[in-house]
Design a protein around this ligand. Structure first.
Ligand SMILES: [Zn+2]
Length: 118
């Protein structure tokens, strides 16, 4: 399950943000995840709950996910279109020669931190 690796990477980014900012702890993080990454939301949430506990800096950090639905542009006719994870063919001309515009995102949008009292 590659969600564990994803969460591990996100948490280490969150931790370095907290220490870089001299903050007390992380309160929340927002991720943008494209459908084409095939991240399973339940596995992601499970991995998050397990791994965030390992460090007091992230123990109360709440995960928010923005889902990005796939969109492509057709190389044959230039049409751009939304689609699901399986139907990549151009609806305008039927070509399979398309380029993905959105849907593979796996980005940290923002990290919310609590400032230190000092
Ligand atoms: Zn087309």
């Amino acid at each position: 399950m590659h969600e564990l690796g994803i969460v591990d990477g996100v948490l280490s980014t969150v931790r370095s943000t907290v220490s870089h900012e001299g903050a007390k702890r992380a309160l929340g993080v927002t991720l943008r995840i494209g459908d084409m990454t095939e991240v399973v939301r339940e596995s992601l949430d499970f991995a998050w709950d397990v791994l965030r506990e390992e460090d007091p800096l992230t123990a109360d950090c709440v995960l928010t996910v923005e889902e990005v639905h796939p969109a492509s542009v057709c190389r044959a006719c230039g049409a751009s279109f939304d689609h699901d994870t399986r139907h990549l063919r151009c609806p305008a001309c039927g070509s399979g020669d398309t380029r993905l515009l959105h849907g593979r995102e796996l980005d940290i949008v923002s990290v919310e931190i609590e400032d230190s009292d000092e």
